[in-house]
Every structure is written in C-alpha cells, then in structure tokens.
Design a protein around this ligand. Sequence first.
Ligand SMILES: [Ca+2]
Length: 90
Amino acid sequence: MQCPTIKGDMNGDGVQTISDVWLMLSAAYHWPGRWSVEAMSQNPQTALFLELNAASCGGWLSFALSTAAWVLVLLALASIQVAIDEWGRR
Ligand SMILES: [Ca+2]
C-alpha cells in the first residue's frame, strides 16, 4: 500500500486553491502516521489485523501515531531548550 504523496494539487481538480493548502497541511501533520501505516502494511498479517487500506493513510491510526510523534518532537525540543537554559546559567 502506498499513501498519496504531498503535491500542489492535492484534490486533483487541476488547479491550486486554498483547499489544497489545507489538504497539504493535513497531509504534512499525518506524515509520521502515514509513514508508519505504510511500513505496517508491508506485513500482510499486520495489514489484515489492523484492517489497513488506502483510507488508513488519513485515518484514526495515522492520526494517533502522528499525534504521538509530534508530541515526542515537542517534548524533545522542550528538553533541549531546558538543557540550553541550564547550560547558560553556569
Ligand atoms: Ca486542487
């Protein structure tokens, strides 16, 4: 299974509009989850158990995994900022 790629004309209507910008932002947010869903779909038993299909690229599993990934990124950035602040006080 291959999730759709991020491109200028996301809805395929032939023109780039504000709707495509929203769809691009949504696809960018879902990127970690889409990548995970694609990786999990490579194993037929996992894909069958999780009922993965093309809609899974933007589904609840992709959203949950993306949210977890972005929270981890924000926590890592906050930890780096705290470490920099601590180092600056010495
Ligand atoms: Ca479009």
